[in-house]
Design a protein around this ligand. Structure first.
Ligand SMILES: [Mn+2]
Length: 258
């Protein structure tokens, strides 16, 4: 069994190159014909305003996901700070399972914690206040009851309103607060965590725990795998990946999970 991890693809109509890369990756994973699971750890989309949103560029993405799930690869989706409005209609459409933030994934010799990671960025207090509001059920129900056009306008307004939400770049200024990660790991009795969000792909080995940070898709695409108890992180430039597929990937990190 191989487990694949991606996050922070930020797919949108403005990045047809990344959509092509994701479709290519989906086909390549299917062609491998291995028992596999794919975990999407948030910010798959640049923005999401409700499962009733439809566009040709997104149909292409949803078809790729549907092909993955139909091929027998189990799909899991976890909300990011940009696509937290993804709901049961979307996951049912593509054949995925919605998982909660800080989900425990049991492996052979350990348990791995999976999360998007924005909840760890405690120094950005403005963002944490915003997060508290938009993750509440009441706020989400209120928003989703609005007509689609109004939601599109609101999403644009939200992006302009809050400085820390204005660009993904300014979001990335804020890294995680180490104690927040340590607290969640001890709470879940885990020693390794995989998260995205910060756009600082790396593997951090600290006293007693391992923190694997997934990469965001922009000039490069990233893919991580867990096989047995080994975490491997791969990278390719978008052009290289579009030409050579999985063969264009280069190993950036390889670590035994704690
Ligand atoms: Mn994020």
């Amino acid at each position: 069994m191989i487990r694949y991890f991606i996050s922070d693809l930020h797919l949108s109509d403005k990045r047809s190159d990344l959509i092509r890369a994701f479709v290519k990756m989906s086909k390549a994973l299917i062609a491998r014909d291995e028992k596999a699971e794919l975990y999407i750890l948030g910010d798959f989309y640049e923005a999401w305003i409700g499962d009733d949103f439809q566009a040709d560029w997104n149909t292409e993405i949803e078809n790729a996901l549907t092909d993955l799930s139909k091929s027998g690869i189990s799909l899991y989706f976890l909300h990011g700070n940009r696509d937290f409005l993804i709901g049961s209609d979307w996951v049912n459409r593509v054949g995925a399972t919605l998982i909660q933030e800080q989900t425990e994934l049991p492996l052979e010799n350990s348990t791995l914690l999976l999360t998007h990671g924005d909840e760890y960025c405690l120094e950005d207090t403005e963002y944490q206040a915003f997060r508290k509001k938009v993750r509440s059920k009441a706020w989400q129900e209120h928003i989703l009851a609005m007509p689609l056009e109004q939601r599109i306008a609101l999403a644009a307004q939200l992006r302009n309103d809050s400085k820390s939400m204005a660009t993904e770049k300014s979001m990335a200024i804020m890294d995680i607060t180490p104690s927040a990660v340590e607290d969640s790991l001890s709470q879940h009795n885990c020693k390794s965590v995989i998260h995205g969000h910060t756009h600082r792909p790396n593997v951090h080995k600290t006293d007693g725990y391992l923190r694997c940070v997934l990469g965001d898709w922009d000039k490069s695409i990233w893919l991580a795998t867990v096989e047995h108890n080994t975490y491997t992180q791969y990278k390719a430039s978008v052009e290289e990946f579009l030409q050579r597929g999985l063969l264009g990937l280069e190993v950036i990190h390889k670590e035994i999970l704690y």
